[in-house]
Ligand binder design. Structure first.
Ligand code: PGA
Length: 260
């Protein structure tokens, strides 16, 4: 069985002090849900403080990006190598980085490989924009992003990779993709592409999340889908009650699924 994942992407929210306080408030309410891999992704600046607050708990800390070069003249960037020992995961290829920072498929691939060689689990975000969605190009775009991100990634490393299908039109818009759309893209495109690249066995081991306006009131439908292994969450991860509710729903629905 694939362990469900709920990852909170705090984006550019919360100062260092606010992040640490929030982490200390969040921890007791999500600590008991050990059947779910719980991850929070604060800003680079707050990583150490949040890692300290979460130390010894099962809650993991993720960076929101990770540069592929170990060091160098890359103003504003932080390398995967520098994150080693501080974060356990790194989000790579988020659509906001693709849109605002000119992130390319090629760089996403370099970052995935750099993360893996620095013992970080990459959470690789893929997803089509509204225009591509309306032109029915979703499978081409998402399949292409998956192939590009995983180029030269060894089969043996795939159990350490998490993928997240995040349609750009659903991120921060309140317009979440239906569970049916998410299931179709995740199962028939993302997992099918993994099966082509690595075989059916490995494709069944990789966790694939949905992301885009996930909230407590729409979460159950995603978690009821066997193909969807969890969620990458922005807005609702900034609130202790909401994030806890998402973790609780994942724990409940996935336990129910494994019993049925
Ligand atoms: P959202 O963000 O939950 O606020 O839509 C999701 C994401 O960007 O990962």
């Amino acid at each position: 069985m694939r362990v469900p994942v709920i990852a909170g992407n705090w984006k550019m929210h919360k100062s260092v002090a606010e992040s640490a306080t929030f982490a200390r408030e969040l921890l007791p309410s999500i600590a008991a849900y050990e059947s779910v891999e719980r991850i929070v992704a604060p800003t680079f600046l707050a990583l150490t403080a949040v890692a300290e607050a979460m130390r010894g708990s099962g809650v993991r800390v993720s960076a929101q990006d990770a540069h592929f070069e170990p060091q160098g003249a890359y103003t504003s960037q932080v390398s995967a190598a520098m994150l080693k020992g501080i974060a356990s995961h790194a989000i790579v290829g988020h659509s906001e980085c693709r849109a605002w920072l000119g992130e390319t498929d090629e760089r996403v691939n370099l970052k995935v490989k750099a993360a893996l060689s620095s013992d970080l689990t990459p959470i690789v975000a893929v997803g089509e924009n509204l225009q591509q969605y309306e032109a029915s190009e979703t499978f081409d775009v998402v399949g292409g992003q998956v192939r590009a991100a995983l180029q030269d990634v060894e089969a043996a490393d795939m159990c350490r990779v998490i993928l997240a299908y995040e349609p750009v039109w659903a991120i921060g818009t309140g317009r979440n993709a239906s569970a049916e759309i998410a299931r179709n893209v995740i199962g028939d495109c993302v997992r099918a592409t993994l099966a082509e690249l690595y075989g059916a066995g490995i494709s069944q081991q990789v966790r694939i999340l949905y992301g885009g306006s996930v909230k407590p009131d729409n979460m159950s439908q995603y978690m009821a889908e066997q193909e969807i292994d969890g969620a990458l969450v922005g807005g609702a991860s900034l609130d202790v009650e909401d994030f806890t509710a998402l973790v609780a729903i994942a724990a409940r629905e996935k336990a129910a699924g494994s019993n049925s």
